[in-house]
Design a protein around this ligand. Structure first.
Ligand code: FES
Length: 94
């Protein structure tokens, strides 16, 4: 089980516990959070967030992340699963 801190524009808005077998988006939605998403398939990039700290299971090459997104450690929450015990994520836009 991972502890995930979710921030929006660097302000903490939620802390959730997320099992390793589930995507972070699924865990957040199950907790009743209103998180942005669309396709749930790694295509629309609506669920994009920045990995501030911790580790996730996510392959940026498989989901067409740009060089700039890779440098900023952007991940897709509909595809990323927790790998470390503590993870901090930040939504850069409203
Ligand atoms: S919801 Fe479409 S890429 Fe994640």
């Amino acid at each position: 089980m991972a502890q995930i801190t979710l921030k929006r524009l660097s302000e903490i808005f939620s802390n959730i516990e997320a099992p390793e077998h589930q995507t972070i988006l699924e865990s957040g939605l199950q907790k009743g959070l209103s998180l942005p998403f669309g396709c749930m398939a790694g295509v629309c990039h609506t669920c994009k967030a920045q990995l501030v700290s911790g580790e996730v299971d996510f392959d940026p090459e498989a989901f067409s992340m740009t060089e700039e997104e890779k440098e900023k450690k952007m991940i897709l929450l509909c595809q990323a699963k927790p790998k470390s015990a503590q993870i901090v994520l930040n939504y850069l836009e409203e």
